[in-house]
Design a protein around this ligand. Sequence first.
Ligand code: DAH
Length: 357
Amino acid sequence: MDDLRDKYLTAIADAGDEAALETLRVQAVGKKGEISLKMRELGKMTPEERQVMGPKLNALKDEINSALSAKKQGLADAALDERLRGEWLDVTLPARSRRSGTIHPVSQVSEEVTAIFADMGFAVAEGPQVESDWHNFDALNIPGHHPARAEMDTFYMHRDTGDTRPPHVLRTHTSPVQIRSMELQGAPLRVICPGRVYRADYDQTHTPMFHQVEGLAVDKDISMANLKWVLEEFVKAYFEVDGVDLRFRASHFPFTEPSAEVDIRCSWEGGTLKVGEGDDWLEILGSGMVHPKVLMAGNIDPAAWQGFAFGMGIDRIAMLKYGIPDLRAFFDSDLRWLRHYGFSALDVPTLRGGLSR
Ligand code: DAH
């Protein structure tokens, strides 16, 4: 019996895995195991012998069973420790920079523009993409016969035959959000309105859907000087340069008077754009003082209030800042393009943390 005990307890202590333990269990206390066979022999013994041997065998069986389960637990604990060591992870480490999804340049630039104007007190306003022709045109001082209507290659929504109301349009610019913001908030007012706009046009620099951002500030004594300062601050922050020359070129828009197109000084030396130096000028936006008729359309009294407005192409300024040559590729959903021009989702643009790096 002592030999049996030593043999099994040593073997159990040495077992390297659960399978080895199971084999030992079968050999020792399984139906035909050594100890079970010994127990069967009890029947052939005299009652006196049985009284001595019975309890001894039972005790041995119990001892081996508990050694087996203790060892089993030990093996499971060791396996768990091993796994915990192997799968240890420092969740405070920065995320890996290799990423499968990226932020689209249009989203990135919209965030950048929003961050810059938010810092100057502009809130974000939105309007519908399917717009009434009144908001898109008439309210902006573009009457029915005006050539601007034809110039904009407008997409018109369908009307049932016999329905004589003017059809809704896919907004051709973000300027109707000026009207909606004035209707909704009244004066004073400071908003930017980024969003999608639509025109029937398609080539390297035109797609039927693109993005604009509108700006509108209405207050008691707002002048062109305020417009100029705001735009200078914007261009410096957006292109991440210390200084820029802006050129205000007299222009015409129905919804502003006076109107100006704004160019920035730049150089194209070596084929890359540098903002703030050189002898070239690049047009980046349209702007002006809000036309009194436009204020009136927004229920604001032009005798008491005035304001400035501007509008620019988000895709266009994205192409300029990030050196993207073809607008059409913006909307191809080509993963290689998105990986190349996309931005990490973890780098949220802020003025303090940096817009693009
Ligand atoms: N809506 C004009 C366009 O799409 C851009 C524009 C020009 C907006 C002058 C303005 C502005 O607010 O004042 O071409």
